[in-house]
Design a protein. Structure first.
Length: 510
């Protein structure tokens, strides 16, 4: 696994004549140590159509300085990036190549820019001599390697916070720089600036000419914007899932479900003969991601339930058995998830989403005003939910009611996603509907989680009994989950009444 570093930095415009102000006067800084000038030589790689740049990712192979090697940077927030590093080699390391697969796919990575930098480094130190931040004056020379042969040169100041440093220091340094007439850079990165300033003249004129006047958005425009956003979310989250970052599998699964839901809900706007096969593949992907995510949720629920018990009620090696059981199931599910993301079927799905957005199968209703077409689609999902909730409430507690409540949960999720997709066009009415549907979904989701937890607890009790261990604690947890599910069933009528009043139709059309 590549080394990872959180990079928090800011860039400022400068000239060859720019000199740093006295930064030892910044609060918390006791000394400024000059570390000399180093020569850096970096080649940046991307596809010919700059897919990495479109996602604000940068990949480079750099020599010189203290961190020579391959560097891959992912955006986290403004001025914050995660940088993954691998040692210097002639070819791109496999660990980094995997993290780029969702964007690169079958395309080739080619050198796009060579950037040679003379870096004049200064360290800001505290009273104990510890590093607070690194300030460098970079004299950069860029050469376009693909898509042109232009060159560019500029000088900038870069301030990078030390590991575990206080971001407030960057504000203090910036105030000092501004007083000296130094202002933030308009470009987010050296690569972005290099590509912009070395682009052929015809490319720059084309980009300027592309900023034309847009007409009034149609229902189709809004639906496609939502689909594009969710498609991009899947691609963006792919590397996070591979890195096993917190909540990444859940977020990727949610994006997959939202996308599939939109294709089904807005079938009067997009031709089902084209979107249904894509929807089937999204269903497959969500199911595969669910293997890992569902285990994650189940583990957290069982651990929480166990932690709530008094020690006197925890009999036998309960925690050890739960830990071994969780690790075995989680490890297998994680390996399967990564294998899915490496597979041809997943890459084919990403390609089909691109093709769908490039040539959307719009139906006549897509040209209608959003206020006309979108509410009808949301109302249809609401009516489906109302039918399923009514059916669940008619059944007696037991297996059939559990299944009916699970079906209602899926309908609530779909109604919520439909309202969320319509929110940019319909505003607060759609937002209110989404919140109501989320309340129903949350209750039904907790009920379903209890059903799944009871199945797991029964299996653990059987294992414990077979090993000669007390099964008392597992049975106690089972009983608590049974009581929790019964409580959710009693709450459903009231929650549904609040969610459906005032009527959703009035909320959307009033």
């Amino acid at each position: 696994m590549a080394d990872s570093k959180r990079e928090i930095e800011r860039k400022y415009e400068a000239t060859a004549e720019t000199r740093l102000p006295d930064l030892s006067r910044v609060a918390g800084v006791s000394a400024v140590a000059h570390r000399g000038v180093s020569e850096l030589d970096a080649v940046y790689y991307d596809t010919e159509d700059l897919r990495l740049m479109a996602g604000s990712l940068t990949l480079r192979r750099r020599t010189g300085g203290s961190d020579a090697g391959w560097h891959l940077k992912f955006p986290v927030a403004s001025g914050i990036r995660d940088e993954l590093r691998e040692p210097l080699s002639d070819t791109l390391p496999r660990s980094l190549a995997g993290l780029l697969r969702s964007r690169v796919r079958m395309s080739e990575l080619v050198p796009v820019v060579r950037l040679r930098t003379a870096r004049d480094v200064h360290h800001l130190l505290d009273s104990g001599g510890a590093l607070l931040a690194e300030v460098s004056i970079d004299t950069a020379r860029a050469e376009r390697l693909t898509g042109g042969s232009g060159t560019a040169a500029w000088t900038e100041i870069e301030v990078e916070l030390a590991d575990d440093g206080d971001p407030a220091l960057l504000d203090a340094v910036e105030r000092r720089l501004r007083k000296a007439g130094v202002h933030p850079s308009a470009s987010p990165s050296k690569l972005a600036r290099a590509l912009a300033e070395t682009a052929p003249e015809r490319e720059r004129k084309r980009d300027e000419g592309a900023r034309g006047k847009a007409g009034q958005p149609t229902a189709g425009d809004h639906v496609l914007a939502y689909i594009r956003h969710q498609s991009e979310a899947i691609v963006d989250l792919d590397p996070a899932v591979r890195r096993d970052l917190p909540d990444s599998v859940h977020q990727m699964r949610v994006a997959t479900r939202r996308l599939r839901s939109a294709l089904r809900t807005y079938r009067k706007i997009l031709d089902r003969s084209v979107t249904d096969p894509v929807g089937d593949e999204l269903k497959w992907l969500a199911a595969e991601l669910g293997i890992d995510r569902d285990q994650e949720v189940l583990d957290a629920r069982l651990r929480s339930g166990l932690a709530d018990l008094p020690r006197t009620l925890v009999l036998g090696p309960v925690r050890s058995r739960l830990r071994i059981w969780s690790v075995a199931r989680r490890g297998g599910s994680r390996r399967r998830t990564v294998a899915v993301l490496d597979g041809k079927r997943y890459l084919a799905l990403l390609e089909s989403l691109d093709a769908l957005l490039a040539a959307p199968p719009l139906l006549p209703a897509a040209s209608h005003a959003p206020e006309q077409a979108l509410p009808r689609a949301v109302l249809k999902e609401y009516e489906r939910l109302a039918t399923r909730v009514g059916h669940a409430l008619e059944l007696r507690p037991g297996h059939d009611r559990d299944l009916a409540m699970h079906d209602a949960r899926k309908a609530a999720k779909r109604a919520r996603y439909a309202a969320e997709a319509a929110r940019p066009a319909l505003g607060k009415p759609a937002e209110r509907v989404a919140k109501r549907m989320k309340a129903v979904q949350t209750l039904l989701g907790d009920h379903q989680d209890s059903v799944v937890a009871r199945d797991a607890l029964r299996a653990l009790a059987v294992q414990a009994d077979a090993a000669g261990e007390p099964a008392f604690t597992w049975g106690l947890l089972y009983g608590r989950e049974e009581a929790a599910a019964a409580a959710r069933e009693r709450e459903l009528p009231q929650v549904w009444e609040r969610a459906s009043q005032p009527r959703v139709r009035a909320a959307l059309e009033g």
